[in-house]
Design a protein around this ligand. Sequence first.
Ligand code: HEC
Length: 140
Amino acid sequence: MRTPMTLLLLGVMCAASAQAEVDKKAERNWKAKCASCHGATGAGDTDQGKKLAVENMTKADWQKGKTDAQIKEAIENGAKKGDAEMEGFKDKLDAASIDGLVAYVRTFGGVGAKKAKKAKKAKKASYESQPPSSMLQAEN
Ligand code: HEC
């Protein structure tokens, strides 16, 4: 039976899985479009990254020195440091993907890539184990 409650429940479940999907999508986008220069872990330890002298995004100092807005600005419109240049991705990625990448870049901070992955898995597990009803109550 399709009561409004079931529909609401479905909606909440979709929202939760959409969130997990965004994380995966961000990881895919990172690997496909960013990792060649910035490295899979954000350390910039690729040949290309070394040539362009990209910053090590896993450093706490780097993370502290950047606001989300600055990270987003760089992804949208590109960045330049000396001769090294990064093109903007505004025309190649939609707004949600760019926001996803901002969040993904934040997972590099101070945490090793492995730990970040673990944290993500834990987060995903908590989505799955958390009964959506707790979220429904918040809406009443
Ligand atoms: C062709 C190599 C290249 C690719 C591909 C690339 N970048 Fe960059 N990126 C750079 C360079 C060069 C800089 C400037 C030096 C720096 O800040 O590390 C930079 C800077 C940045 C910065 C910091 C800007 C600032 O304010 O200091 C962020 C954030 C960033 N890139 C994210 C991304 C994301 C996300 C992607 C994928 C969508 C990406 N980059 C793809 C080369 C690249």
